[in-house]
Design a protein around this ligand. Structure first.
Ligand code: NG6
Ligand code: CA
Length: 500
């Protein structure tokens, strides 16, 4: 009997040590934050001390990329480890979209679950919910984040500028009053709620003309899409980030003794930019600057929470953004008029929506105190590689389709400067580019060169483009005619990867 107890105890001991050695992982993803938006990336008009601290204690990447220049495809790649352009219907989703992530394939959170972690997402989702557009928002909603690998979810379904403007905890809308059911429609107006189009006098922040943010008004802000009912459940924009921070810190505290994976998906600085009252006017750069200060503060609060719980040393924080920056993305919020020479794009051309560098080259840092040595890395890394890299770190395999995700663990931990040999970038729709040894080829594509709402250069042209990023980070000198062989070689590789 004694022997059995001893063996059991030693097993428990071994297990708990093993479990403690696995790092907690917090993946913080900002929404539309640009390469030049942080002081650790050279911003001088704004100061982001908490992210600067995170960068100084870990690896700060200068050549890190999202797969895509918009949110849904970029997040699809992170979760599935596959390029979104392989699958139709992975563009920016409306707020009533069905789930686009397969529930029977490997995903990033499932890798963690397989390794014994408790997993959670807190924040923006934007990968669809349920099996069809038509759904009952007043009943159990699934499949969603819980079905693709998150044990716990506290999200909003799409973007802050799209209805329904509600939080969901696991499968249910939070604070729903069943006598006031929610209905959502993206095709036609439903119910009698005022809209930005009909009642502009009710708006506290004006919509920019023609962007489409003039449907149902919630909290004085016109949204995309129509919504009726659910008054008790509707959020107040000023408290959305605070709610997410509270929920993230609560999850961390509840899981401090066993390994956890938290995907903390911030809404800042996406539109509508409506900072909490204490951040209003703090940056001097308008609300876009204010919400960047707010997101920096939230990251600091997460770091404080880890310290308070004594788990900061064995917690890895990966921070990045889902796509490049945009100024006027639908509201008159001072982003353009109060820019004050701030440069969200850094040295790059384009912005959100663009296949030029500013679309997908984003800030990224990885911190894991006492394991990662502080450094700045020029390795080419892509967020699509997180899945394979964490699978390597945790020693868990996955089966299923051949993924696009590659093991980049040594680069992510700052042990190697060697990153991807080929990197693919996606602009708006299926406009692709490939980078190899700092040569960038953008394939020809139809469509406007400049996105008409945001005035961002999309990088589209009917002719091939070739840039040498070694000496032309701003992609101004098209060398395609000068080096036709290079164009041919890169085009062939891109086509091979496309048809893989
Ligand atoms: C665009 C919206 C933009 C923003 C974006 C989604 C227009 C003209 N603009 O379609 O305001 O909501 O979608 O941003 O429709 S993302 O970061 O989630 O991809
Ligand atoms: Ca985004």
């Amino acid at each position: 009997m004694k022997k059995i107890i001893l063996i059991t105890l030693s097993f428990l001991f071994m297990f708990s040590i093993g479990a403690q050695q696995k790092p907690n992982v917090i993946f913080i993803l900002a929404d539309d934050l640009g390469y030049g938006d942080l002081s650790c990336y050279g911003a001088t008009k704004i100061s982001t001390p908490n992210l600067d601290k995170l960068a100084s204690q870990g690896v700060r990447f200068t050549n890190a990329h999202t797969t895509s220049a918009t949110c849904t495809p970029s997040r699809y790649a992170i979760i599935t480890g596959q390029y979104p352009w392989r699958k139709s219907g992975t563009g920016v989703l409306p707020g009533d979209a069905a789930l686009i992530v397969p529930t029977n394939k490997p995903t990033l959170p499932k890798i963690f679950k397989k390794a014994g972690y408790t997993t959670a997402i807190v924040g923006k989702w934007h990968l669809g919910i349920g099996t069809s557009i038509k759904k009952n928002w007043n009943a159990k909603l699934m499949p969603g984040p819980n079905e693709v690998g998150f044990d716990y979810s506290f999200i909003f379904p799409a973007t802050a500028d799209r209805v329904p403007t509600v939080f969901m905890e696991n499968h249910h809308v939070v604070a729903l009053d069943t006598t006031d059911p929610i209905h959502v429609d993206y095709k036609k107006k439903i119910g009698n709620d005022p809209t930005g189009l009909e009642n502009p006098e009710l708006l506290k922040m004006k919509a920019s003309p023609n962007h489409g943010h003039n449907n149902t008004i919630v909290n004085g802000i016109g949204r995309m899409g129509f919504m009726t009912g659910g008054y008790r459940a509707r959020w107040t924009d000023e408290e959305v980030p605070l709610t997410f921070l509270f929920k993230a810190n609560e999850f961390i505290e509840n899981n401090k003794n066993t390994p956890f994976f938290l995907y903390y998906s911030l809404t800042e600085p996406h539109v509508p930019r409506m900072p909490s009252t204490i951040f209003k006017d703090k940056s001097g750069l308008g609300y876009r600057g204010d919400v960047i200060l707010q997101l920096d503060w939230a990251v600091g609060e997460i770091m404080k929470q880890l310290e308070k719980l004594g788990i900061e040393k064995n917690t890895m924080i990966v921070f990045s953004s889902d796509n490049g920056p945009v100024l006027d993305d639908g509201y008159e919020d001072g982003a353009v008029t109060q820019l004050n020479d701030h440069n969200p794009w850094g040295p790059f051309r384009g912005g959100k929506y663009s296949v030029f560098e500013a679309g997908t080259r984003v800030p990224m840092m990885v911190s894991w105190p006492e394991t990662i040595k502080p450094t700045v890395s020029e390795a080419v890394v892509s967020q699509v590689d997180l899945l394979a890299s964490f699978s390597k770190l945790l020693g868990v395999g996955y089966n299923g389709d051949t993924l696009d995700s590659e093991d980049a663990l040594d680069a992510l931990l700052g042990k190697s400067n060697i990153g991807r040999s080929y990197l693919i970038e996606q602009g708006l729709k299926d406009n692709l580019a490939i980078i190899h040894e700092n040569w960038k080829y953008i394939e020809p594509s139809e469509g406007p060169a400049i996105e008409k709402h945001t005035k961002i250069e999309l990088g589209k042209a009917l002719f091939p483009q070739l840039y040498n990023l070694n000496n032309d980070l701003g992609e101004t000198n098209n060398l395609a005619e000068k080096y036709p062989e290079k164009v041919k070689a890169l085009r062939e590789i891109l086509n091979d990867i496309k048809t893989k």
